[in-house]
Design a protein around this ligand. Structure first.
Ligand SMILES: Cc1ncc(COP(=O)(O)O)c(C=O)c1O
Length: 516
């Protein structure tokens, strides 16, 4: 044994990682997992992932590629046939693309990461349109860039924000992100708005990142225009795309970037020194996806459109106006100013998981994703969603009836109600407040962990205030039992997280990040 004292903080982690936070969606994911572990049926509207299986012909192409031995490295920027198919697809979108101008990446996220690392130096100014997808900010901060935000709320369209954009983008701006159709708003920007963006970018000599990963998912007559197809933007735009959303291939990890050869030469250095190349047989499956899935993609988009209509109608019936999304599979629900607390209450009380708007730079909103299965969505979430929306811009103040629907309950402070009980099969047999599905551990965490006072907990989560005090007393009186409840719950949460991650995926395929 050495005499050296073990340190409690063994890693001196980089200053750059200190600039970014873990995903804000994690808290909601954890709360959803904890409830599911307790046997509660959670309606998950938080996940940005289509629930459809990958089209069968694409799966077969992947298997055939494996059988044919396509398991080695490929050339770093991608297999020539896939780069040709990508260039063809981009030419179909009006972009004058050649295969040499493409880098195939493990997911669109990696294409974005490489783009930011290629273009952004410490202190560089990057402009994003809020609400913006969560990872832009983290990527820019990791590169040392400074973010400036232009707000598009409440319409989420670009026209009303153009004056702000004109004022914000100056000769000091280095990069502008445009994501259309947008995550999290579902907005598809008009050609007129994109032309105005072009004029601003050209005037101030700014590079543009066009994140078009939802480009094939638009509804009705609405179509998305590729920024790089506009005169003046081709030479200053990096187009980002991927296979996750349109082809339901999230776990395959396949995406790409397109820009001129000068950019690709520089970004290619980073690409080859980091990932070497995207997975060989996955790239072969990507060729099939681009060339042979038009009908399947149309069916999936039709299904998303049906769900979009269901969401919008349900909310309209409940008197909540949302900006109708024309693309992607998200909508922004106006909620309480404190959207974080609102989303936590929505999950705790109505058992509906959403992502708080602050994660996207849009406090006062919650993002709902309608990528969930139609059956699941239609059958279970409609009631919850309208209940949720009824409480939009207000806080939850109701309990659930025997059908799982939210209903008002009369509360009183009698000793009878302040009892703590355990019942096999309810909350995993953990101690809870009599006649309520709220556990002693949850009460303790709300009061001691989140700093809510017992009256607020009683108001917001329904149990009588006397029961809240009784639960706290029970917690302190039974430390051993509570420790084992905590451990059992942590294990169950882990199990549920695994299950959520595996849902809709073939056996043995690991899951992705919740909330993208
Ligand atoms: C706007 C946007 N861009 C890029 C990505 C990256 O997707 P992937 O890395 O799965 O291709 C996502 C994923 O959610 C997204 O929403």
């Amino acid at each position: 044994m050495s005499d050296v004292e073990p340190t409690t903080e063994p890693w001196e982690t980089s200053e750059r990682l200190g600039r970014v936070e873990p995903s804000a969606t994690l808290a909601i994911g954890n709360a959803a997992a904890a409830l599911e572990a307790d046997g509660v049926d959670v309606v998950d509207l938080s996940v940005g992932e289509p629930d459809f299986p990958t089209p069968q012909n694409v799966v077969e192409a992947g298997k055939d590629a494996l059988d044919a031995g396509h398991t080695g490295y490929t050339s770093s920027n991608g297999v020539p046939e896939l780069k040709r198919a990508i260039a063809e697809k981009l030419r179909g979108d009006g972009i004058d693309a050649s295969p040499e101008e493409v880098i195939v990446t493990p997911g669109g996220k990696q294409a974005l990461y490489e783009t930011v690392q290629t273009l952004v130096d410490p202190g560089d100014e990057v402009v994003v349109l809020d609400p913006a997808w969560v990872s832009y900010e983290a990527m820019v901060k990791l590169a040392g860039g400074e973010l400036t935000r232009v707000d598009t709320a409440p319409s989420f369209q670009l026209e009303p924000a153009l004056d702000d954009l004109r004022e914000t983008v100056t000769a000091d701006t280095d990069l502008l992100f445009v994501n259309t159709p947008s995550n999290p708003t579902g907005a598809v920007y008009t050609d007129a708005a994109l032309e105005a963006v072009r004029d601003i970018a050209v005037e101030h000599d700014v590079a543009v990142v066009a994140d078009e990963i939802y480009g094939r998912i638009t509804y009705g007559d609405v179509e998305q225009t590729s920024l790089a197809s506009l005169d003046g933007l081709a030479e200053r735009t990096v187009t980002i795309n991927g296979f996750s959303k349109a082809y339901s291939m999230t776990g395959w990890r396949l995406g790409y970037l397109h820009a001129d050869e000068a950019f690709v030469g520089e970004a290619g250095k980073l690409h080859s020194h980091s990932v070497s190349c995207a997975t060989n047989f996955v790239q072969r499956a990507g060729i099939e996806a681009l060339r042979e899935t038009d009908d399947t993609v149309r069916e999936m988009v039709d299904a998303f459109e049906t769900r979009r209509d269901l969401v919008v109608d349900t909310l309209a019936d409940a008197g909540v106006d949302v900006s109708v999304p024309d693309g992607a599979f998200y909508a922004m629900l106006p909620v309480d100013d404190d959207d974080q607390t609102w989303a936590e209450a929505a999950i705790e009380e109505a058992h509906v998981a959403t992502v708080p708007g602050n994660a996207f730079g849009a406090p006062g909103y919650a993002r709902i994703s309608y990528a969930a299965s139609e059956d699941d969505f239609g059958r279970r979430s409609t009631g919850c969603l309208s209940t949720t929306s009824c409480s939009a811009r207000g806080s939850f103040s109701s309990g659930r009836d025997e059908h799982g629907r939210v209903s008002k309950t009369t509360t009183g402070d009698s000793d009878e109600e302040a009892r703590i009980v355990t019942t096999e099969g309810v909350l995993g047999g953990a101690p809870r407040i009599a006649d309520r599905r709220i556990g002693v551990l949850t009460i303790y965490e709300l009061v001691e962990g989140r700093g809510l006072d017992p009256t607020t907990v009683a108001d917001r989560f329904d149990p009588p205030v006397a029961s809240v005090y009784r639960a706290l007393a029970y917690y302190y009186e039974n430390p051993r039992e509570m420790e084992s409840v905590r451990r059992a719950r942590a294990a169950a949460v882990e199990g549920v997280r695994e299950r959520i991650a595996r849902r809709n995926r073939p056996e043995g395929v690991a899951g992705g990040a919740v909330g993208d």
